[in-house]
Design a protein around this ligand. Structure first.
Ligand code: PGA
Length: 247
């Protein structure tokens, strides 16, 4: 992981079958081939069903792949789950863990997220560990305390220099509402101050082409985790361009 390049991650969530996923990824690859984006590291996290094909078809492109989740064990009787080693085998260098949708939909807590992050590190993947306060916590003035508690529970003890953290306020995900610039940089500064190791801290939550430049220019923001806008190749490419210009 190159600490100096901006990391732009597209989280496709549960969207896409092969024809549209491949088209979207190839559009991004063509865009990257058409300019100098060496200051940006671009990663796509498609549904796991598309990973092998994207790996094979994007071979020469400057696009990394990531999983959206992994199990904390390396193998076993866990129907429906994927291990970090399987994601690595499918071409991934990254895996998102602790996304608020997984914490909400699957009841994942910090202890489980930590075990997943540790499994990712063991497999040689960079875990992107998501944290972020709820709207209620923010309204009560507890955003920093909530993120601090999530970090304390979710960060692995060893290998922290190999993780990335994504600050994703839950109330901003998929809503079109983003925190004020000072709140983003304040939270990123807080996260950085809590982790002695040098880690990249990404911002996620309604990142769009029209706000990406501003967000990526903020102190302490080392990249973005993009959901909805990553499903639209031109919009995602604009965000990559903003990252290149900001770095
Ligand atoms: P969004 O999602 O960009 O659609 O708000 C971000 C995320 O969930 O990672």
């Amino acid at each position: 992981m190159d600490m100096d390049s901006a990391l732009v991650v597209g989280n496709w969530k549960m969207h896409g079958t092969l024809p549209d996923g491949l088209r979207r990824a190839e559009d991004v690859a063509r865009f990257l081939a058409g300019g100098d984006f060496s200051a940006v590291e671009t990663v796509l996290c498609p549904p796991a069903t598309l990973l092998h094909t994207l790996r094979d078809r994007l071979g020469g492109a400057r696009i990394g792949l990531g999983g959206q989740d992994c199990h904390f064990r390396s193998e076993g009787a866990h129907t429906g789950d994927l291990s970090a080693a399987m994601l690595k085998d499918a071409g991934c260098a990254y895996v998102i863990v602790g996304h608020s949708e997984r914490r909400a939909d699957h009841g994942e807590d910090g202890a489980l997220v930590r075990k997943k992050a540790e499994a990712a590190l063991r497999a040689g993947l960079t875990p992107i560990i998501c944290v972020g306060e709820s709207g209620e916590q923010r309204d009560r003035g507890q955003a920093k305390a909530a993120v601090e508690a999530q970090l304390a529970a979710s960060l692995p003890q060893a290998g922290r220099e190999r993780v990335a953290v994504a600050y994703e306020p839950v109330w901003s995900i998929g809503t079109g509402i983003v925190p004020r610039a000072e709140d983003i940089s304040g939270m990123h500064g807080h996260i950085i101050s809590l982790i002695p190791e040098k880690v990249r801290v990404l911002y996620g939550g309604s990142v769009k082409p029209d706000n990406a430049r501003g967000i990526l220019g903020l102190a302490g923001v080392h990249g973005v985790l993009v959901g909805g806008a990553s499903l639209d190749a031109p919009a995602f490419c604009e965000i990559i361009r903003a990252a290149a210009e900001a770095s």
